[in-house]
Design a protein around this ligand. Structure first.
Ligand code: FES
Length: 114
């Protein structure tokens, strides 16, 4: 296994999006984005349900920061890569939970379209 600085866990389970179909497509986008930036040293892992389901938004967690995101589409994934992984800035409007803090941010229906 290569050295990595961050680990991104992303749910492709059946409840984040319909049968995980959109989540699986977004997981592929995440891989493309990470592969295009090897200097970021990010490890990506697909998971099943992380018991944080909300319909139509995939759950994605970035460690070691412990920031939990809900991503509605590929554009949201691209923002997490460009802003959090590349620049070290949380994408605050997509965050719903933080390690050590608990739930934060807006409810899914209040989240802006990205
Ligand atoms: S199916 Fe994704 S968190 Fe439950």
């Amino acid at each position: 296994m290569r050295t990595h600085q961050r680990h991104v866990l992303m749910c492709t389970g059946p409840r984040c999006t319909d049968n995980g179909v959109l989540s699986a497509a977004m997981f592929a986008v995440l891989g493309e984005q990470i592969d295009a930036r090897p200097e970021l040293k990010v490890k990506r892992t697909r998971t099943h349900c992380m018991v944080a389901c909300k319909s139509q938004a995939a759950v994605l967690v970035v460690y070691p920061e412990g920031v939990w995101y809900r991503c509605k589409d590929a554009a949201a994934i691209e923002r997490v890569v460009a802003e959090h992984l590349a620049e070290g800035r949380e994408v605050t409007d997509l965050v719903f939970h933080r390690l050590g803090e608990g739930d934060v941010g807006l409810a899914l229906e209040e989240m802006p379209n990205v």
